[in-house]
Design a protein around this ligand. Structure first.
Ligand code: SF4
Length: 736
């Protein structure tokens, strides 16, 4: 094993300085908001009270909120004026949290499936019956097959506490988080293998002279303080380089748009580094102080001339040179963005290593405008399940593969094991806040895995495609109805008067119907499985107060401070204690390339285009697909087709099409064509997360095409076991 990653260490520095607090409280007794006299808020609402302490979870960024309450109902959300992160700003999705809260299709009661998995017939049952069933079924599987007979697919803050229970107390390794294995896990482990730290998105764009994006589409990818940082950088005159096969919102603002052939980004960066090294335009002083294996990397990438990369990447050699010169002229104040969703082509660990090494070549660590590690508050206490018996070997260890895997087990190892029963059976499945039908490529395999389970339970806020496969379906509280998660960090622009903040999530309204929070649900299941004595906390408040006690705070004190505690901070700049491993011998020992290496990917077969996908600025993938306000803004995902290609194919703007992939899988639904010169001819593009198939989603069902249904071929990243999701190809079929 090349790296000893614990989930806590990984999360501690991997995310956006959010202290992950795996806690909740008994929903039925939740205090209904923290209603105060109004703050000086931007909105003017008559006859309302202001509730403070909200923390958004329409996406993972966790902007701080206030809520306008009238007659006990939330009528509007706004940014908390006290926030030094998002301030009064929230995005379209943040505003639309009101519609999630009161969505009539939300799960309301515990349900039992008396039909079939995939074609459920729901029967309302009591919590007692639901919990008894979950507890007894999971215990039965544990006794028959061991802890490893249970798999979990968690997502979001509400899943952290039950994940701790299943991993630490029950003792299964078979936990796979979409945020690691289908999103950022590759980024984090690649940076750890290069600089010993996972990156976050806090790269100092606000003060950069050059901002460099590979496939990052900020503007469509909306995270408020992140976006503010980026826009401030542009306002201050930063040059923007965007490498993307598509004319994205960022490309539209760029000084240099590199319309690269998909999958060749590593070749592009190797050519830049080689050019900088050959022309002695690198940061020799930084490399002398912090680099290891620089000469070996320099020697190993010598073949990557501008001309060779130009051919491979299908971009002009002159443009690669122009990018390299711009970076060199502005080093070290260059923000090389590490990206977020980076599981693309199965060669992604190498691309992320190249990004980290390029940052090192420019000496852009710890400097203004570069890669910084803003120092958030220290001293928050820890609360969690006690570690149990030593685990048996994980599937990954047994197979001796993916030595740079993020914490947990690569999804496909779990699926294959469950389907084949080898090396052991997996018969119980807990799905908490994740929709693996839409997050994991190859839906047929996911469904096969679920079909062979003895028991499947889901916990969620909304019905989704995966909840159709549950035997027991439990209704979770939303982020507006519960205590949970302490968000902490620094002021968004790293201003000279340094500040830090601590903001626990507090409910703005009481939960409705029979919705319960994850701590209560987990504790009740734990008791029924015989682990009542291991329960670490009884309520969210208890846990948060324990954590806050570490910094001499409490929920009451923070309530009195309008939901956010602010304290003096630390300078984010200064020499970082890192070594940049341009050549990493440990990687070599484990059978991987020791220097960043380009691994070519398959090209589109004749008549097919690579299927690319990204974010709609007003949706969080599939999670917001039934939201009335957001669907009113954007209720489909037209497929972008290059104008010249469209002419060849006889397609015009607005035509209705279905898509068929290289394995003959046809989209279940149709969409329209968007004709544009802003996409390469070898690719098409669409928003991810549309085309839900659950008929319980009145607004979301069947809208647009589910791109994930067309991603049947996996591109597994060898170092991490994460799934590349841009390695499938489609044809368009006009629907008359
Ligand atoms: S970026 Fe938008 S959706 Fe995400 S946390 Fe902030 S307000 Fe909510």
């Amino acid at each position: 094993m090349a790296m000893n990653l614990t989930r806590r260490n990984f999360l501690k520095t991997a995310s956006i300085a959010a202290a992950s607090v795996p806690l909740s409280k008994v929903a039925a007794q939740a205090e209904s908001g923290v209603v105060k006299t109004p703050l000086a808020a931007p909105g003017t609402f008559k006859n309302t009270q202001t509730a403070v302490g909200g923390v958004c979870e329409m996406c993972f960024w966790r902007c701080q909120l206030i809520g306008k309450i009238r007659d006990g109902r939330l009528i509007k959300l706004e940014g908390n004026p006290k926030s030094i992160d998002n301030g009064v700003s929230i995005c379209a999705r943040g505003n639309a949290g009101v519609k999630l809260l009161y969505d009539p299709d939300r799960l309301k009661y515990p349900l039992k499936n008396v039909g079939k998995r995939g074609a459920p017939k729901w029967q309302r049952i009591s919590w007692e019956e639901a919990l008894d069933t979950c507890g007894s079924k999971l215990k039965e599987i544990q006794e028959k097959h061991g802890a490893k007979g249970i798999a979990m697919f968690p997502h979001g803050s509400t899943a952290t506490y039950p994940m701790g229970f299943l991993e630490n107390v029950v003792g299964t390794h078979n936990v796979s988080e979409a945020s690691f294995f289908q999103c950022r896990g590759i980024r984090d482990t690649a940076y750890m293998a290069t600089i010993g730290l996972p990156p976050n998105e806090d790269v100092d764009m606000a003060n950069a002279k050059v901002i460099f994006f590979i496939g990052n589409h900020l503007g469509e990818n909306v995270h408020v303080s992140h976006l503010k940082r980026y826009l401030k950088g542009l306002e201050n005159g930063a040059k923007l380089i965007v490498v993307d096969p598509r004319y994205s919102a960022s490309a539209a603002k760029s000084d240099i748009w590199v319309q690269i052939r998909p999958g060749t980004d590593t070749a592009f960066m190797l050519a830049i580094m080689n050019y900088l090294i050959q022309n002695k335009k690198y940061n020799a002083e930084f490399i002398e102080a912090h680099g290891e294996g620089f000469d070996k990397m320099a020697e190993g990438i010598k073949e990557w001339t501008l001309e060779k990369a130009a051919k491979e990447c299908d971009v002009p050699a002159e443009q690669i040179k122009e990018v390299a010169e711009l970076l060199a002229a502005n080093m070290p104040n260059v923000a090389i963005h590490p990206g977020r969703h980076v599981s693309w082509n199965g060669n992604d660990f190498q691309r992320q290593r190249a990004l980290a090494c390029l940052t090192g070549v420019l000496g852009a660590f710890g400097v203004k405008g570069g890669f910084v590690q803003p120092k958030g508050p220290k001293g928050l206490g820890k609360v969690g399940w006690p570690k149990g018996e030593k685990h048996e070997e994980s599937l990954r260890e047994m197979a001796d593969v993916h030595h740079y895997s993020p914490p947990g087990t690569p999804t496909d190892l779990i699926r294959d094991t469950a389907i084949t029963g080898k090396p052991y059976p997996i018969k119980g499945c807990v799905i908490w806040g994740q929709n693996p039908i839409q997050t994991i490529p190859n839906q047929e395999k996911t469904i096969k895995m679920l079909e062979q389970m003895d028991f499947v339970m889901c916990v969620d806020v909304m019905p989704t495609d995966i909840t159709m496969y549950a035997d027991i379906l439990l209704p979770d509280t939303s982020y507006l109805e519960r205590y949970d998660m302490i968000k902490s960090g620094t002021q968004w622009d790293f201003a000279e008067e340094h500040k830090q903040y601590i903001a626990p999530r507090m409910p703005l309204v009481a939960p409705g119907f029979e919705r319960k929070e994850s701590i209560w649900i987990t504790n009740e299941i734990a008791k029924r499985m015989g682990y009542g004595d291991k329960i670490p906390v009884q309520s969210q408040e208890e846990a948060i107060n324990k954590m806050l006690a570490g910094v001499e705070l409490s929920i009451d004190k923070i309530k009195a401070e309008d939901g956010i505690h602010i304290q003096p901070g630390k300078d984010p700049y200064g020499e970082m204690e890192i070594t940049v491993l341009f050549h990493n011998p440990e990687l070599e020992e484990n059978g991987y390339p020791p220097i960043p290496t380009y691994i070519p990917v398959e090209r589109a077969p004749e008549g097919f285009m690579r299927l690319l996908y990204g974010r709609s600025p007003v949706h969080t993938f599939n999670r917001s697909q039934n939201n009335a306000w957001l669907m009113a803004e954007n209720d489909s995902n037209p497929v972008w087709v290059n104008d010249k290609l469209a002419a060849k194919l006889g397609l015009k703007e607005g035509d209705t099409v279905s898509l068929i992939n290289q394995d003959g899988v046809k989209s279940r639904t149709t969409t329209t064509v968007k004709v544009t010169p802003g996409i390469r001819q070898d690719s098409v593009y669409m928003y991810h997360g549309f085309g839900s198939m659950n008929p319980e989603l009145t607004l979301g069902v069947g809208k647009g095409i589910d791109d994930c249904s067309l991603i049947t071929k996996l591109a597994v990243d060898p170092e991490t076991g994460a799934h590349g999701m841009r390695n499938n190809f489609v044809k368009l079929v006009k629907v008359s």
